[in-house]
Ligand binder design. Structure first.
Ligand code: AMP
Ligand code: GLY
Length: 423
C-alpha cells in the first residue's frame, strides 16, 4: 500500500517513520519532506507542494491514503479538494480547520457551546481595542485572528506591551490579514498541556498526553517558539483531569461541530491551561498534531498507525484501542543559530547517533545537498527523542544523544521535562 504524508517538519518525519513500520506498506511518500526523510530508506520525498499537483500525483501513483501534517494546506482546503476528487485523506475540511485558522471563530464556537476558555472580545478597530485594554488592565493576551506561524500571540505583562501589540497588528499591519482582527483575552495563570485526539466526524480516539516547552531558553525564559521540546505522557494530566477534559472540552467540541453542520475529522489538539485547582481551560485549538509533541508520542505508539488511519477515514475509530510503550519519551529540539527571529541556514550537521530502542532522531529543518551532506534548512533542525522508565531516565537518554550531534551555533534547552521531574 502507498501512503502520502504532507509536510516537511519533525512532525511529518515522525508520522511517516511510524506509518512505514506497518507490514502492509509498500511506499510512504513525503511531500516535500526534509533531509531526514530523504535519508530514510523506507521513505520517499516528492518535491510537490501545489495541492492540485499533489492530487494528480496521488491519482497517478494510486496512493491509498493521505495524511496532512501542517495547518496551512488544511486551511487552504486540501481535504475538500481531495474528497471532491474521491481521494482518501485524513484531516479537517477548510471549514472545520477554522477552529485553528480563525481565533475569532474558535472563541465564538466555544462561547456558543459552553466550552471552558478565557473570556475575550474581538476587535478590528484600534481605538476600541486600546480602550478595552485600558479598561481590563494587564496582564492581558492579544491574539491575531488568523494564522501567523507562531508569531500571532502576545502575552502582555504590562499595558505598554499590550498597546504595542495592538499598534503592531491593527495599525501597522505587521501580520497582514492575519492581524486585521484581534482577539483580546484574559490572562490565565497555570501550567499548559497538549491534549490531542483523533476524530472521524463522530468517534474520538485520544492519543497519549504530552507537554510542550514554548520558550526558547531554560526556565521558560526568552521568546516564544514553535516548541523547544516535549515529552509524553504528561503527569499533570491525571486520569481525573483526562476524564474532565474529555467531558467538558473534547466531546462538546466534536458534538458542537457536528451540530453546526461542519463535522470535524482529523487530529484535534486542545492547548490547555490547567490552574492550581486542576481545572482546565482551552487556550487554543489546533486542527493537526503538535510539533514537537508528535515526535515523543509516535516514539511511544505501539499500534500499527496505518490501520489506525484507515479506521479514522472509514469512521470506525470506536472499534480500536491504542497501545503505548509504558516508558516516557522525551524530545529535545536542536534549533539553528538565530532562531526564532532569523534562523541561519546551511550549517553542516554531523554525528547524529543511529536509532536504538531507547533513542530516535527526527529531522525538521534539514536538507540533503547534491554531495549528500546534511545541512540545516530552517529554525528547528532536529528533535532527539529518548525513552526511559522515568522522565529523568528519558531525559538522560535524550541528552546523551543530543551531545553527540555536531551543529554549529545550535540552540537547545537543557531542562526539557523539568515540570514533570519537579512533581
Ligand atoms: P496560543 O497560540 O493561543 O496557544 O498561544 C501561544 C502561547 O501563549 C500559549 O502556549 C500560552 O503559553 C500563551 N497564552 C495564550 N493564551 C493565553 C492566556 N489566555 N493566558 C496566558 N497565556 C496564554
Ligand atoms: N507545539 C505546539 C504546536 O504544535 O502548536
Amino acid at each position: 500500500m502507498k501512503i502520502l504524508v504532507v509536510g516537511s517538519g519533525g512532525r511529518e518525519h515522525a508520522l511517516a517513520w511510524k506509518i512505514s513500520q506497518s507490514e502492509r506498506i509498500q511506499t510512504v511518500f513525503v511531500a516535500p519532506g526534509n533531509g531526514g526523510t530523504a535519508l530514510d530508506g523506507n521513505l520517499h520525498n516528492i518535491d510537490i507542494t501545489d495541492l492540485n499537483e499533489l492530487a494528480d500525483f496521488v491519482e497517478k501513483e494510486h496512493v491509498a491514503l493521505t495524511v496532512v501534517g501542517p495547518e496551512v494546506p488544511l486551511a487552504a482546503g486540501i481535504v475538500n479538494l481531495f474528497r471532491a476528487r474521491g481521494l482518501k485523506i485524513f484531516g479537517p475540511t477548510k471549514e472545520a480547520a477554522q477552529l485553528e485558522s480563525s481565533k475569532d471563530f474558535a472563541k465564538s464556537f466555544m462561547q456558543r457551546h459552553n466550552i471552558p476558555t478565557a473570556l475575550s472580545q474581538t476587535f478590528s478597530d484600534s481605538v476600541a481595542a486600546h480602550a478595552y485594554i485600558d479598561q481590563q488592565g494587564a496582564p492581558i493576551v492579544i491574539k491575531a485572528d488568523g494564522l501567523a506561524a507562531g508569531k500571532g500571540v502576545v502575552v502582555a505583562m504590562s499595558l505598554e506591551e499590550a498597546h504595542g501589540a495592538i499598534d503592531m497588528m491593527l495599525s501597522d499591519n505587521k501580520l497582514g490579514d492575519a492581524g486585521a482582527r484581534v482577539v483580546i483575552e484574559e490572562f490565565l495563570p497555570g501550567e499548559e498541556a497538549s491534549f490531542i485526539v483523533m476524530v472521524d466526524g463522530k468517534n474520538i480516539l485520544p492519543l497519549a498526553t504530552s507537554q510542550d516547552h514554548k520558550r526558547l531558553k531554560d526556565h521558560d525564559e526568552g521568546p516564544n517558539t514553535g516548541g523547544m521540546g516535549a515529552y509524553s505522557p504528561a503527569p499533570i494530566v491525571t486520569p481525573e483531569l483526562h476524564a474532565r477534559v474529555m467531558r467538558e472540552i473534547i466531546i462538546p467540541t466534536v458534538q458542537g461541530m457536528a451540530k453546526d453542520g461542519i463535522p470535524f475529522t482529523g487530529f484535534l489538539y486542545a492547548g490547555l491551561m490547567i490552574d492550581d485547582k486542576g481545572h482546565a481551560k482551552t487556550l487554543e485549538f489546533n486542527c493537526r498534531m503538535g510539533d514537537p509533541e508528535t515526535q515523543p508520542i509516535m516514539a511511544r505508539l505501539k499500534t500499527d498507525l496505518l490501520s489506525v488511519m484507515e479506521h479514522a477515514v472509514a469512521g470506525t475509530l470506536d472499534t480500536i484501542e491504542l497501545e503505548w510503550d509504558r516508558r516516557t519519551a522525551l524530545g529535545v529540539v536542536l534549533a539553528a543559530a538565530g532562531y526564532p527571529d532569523a534562523p541561519r541556514k546551511g550549517d553542516l550537521i554531523t554525528d547524529i547517533p543511529p536509532a536504538t530502542t531507547d533513542c530516535v532522531t527526527f529531522h525538521a529543518g534539514t536538507l540533503l545537498d547534491d554531495n549528500k551532506r546534511l545541512l540545516s534548512n530552517g529554525g528547528r533542525v532536529l528533535c532527539v527523542v529518548g525513552l526511559g522508565d522515568s522522565v529523568k531516565m528519558a531525559q538522560r537518554q535524550a541528552y546523551a544523544a543530543v551531545d553527540m550531534v555536531r551543529l554549529d551555533g545550535v540552540q537547545l534547552r537543557r531542562d526539557i521535562g523539568w515540570r514533570a521531574i519537579k512533581k
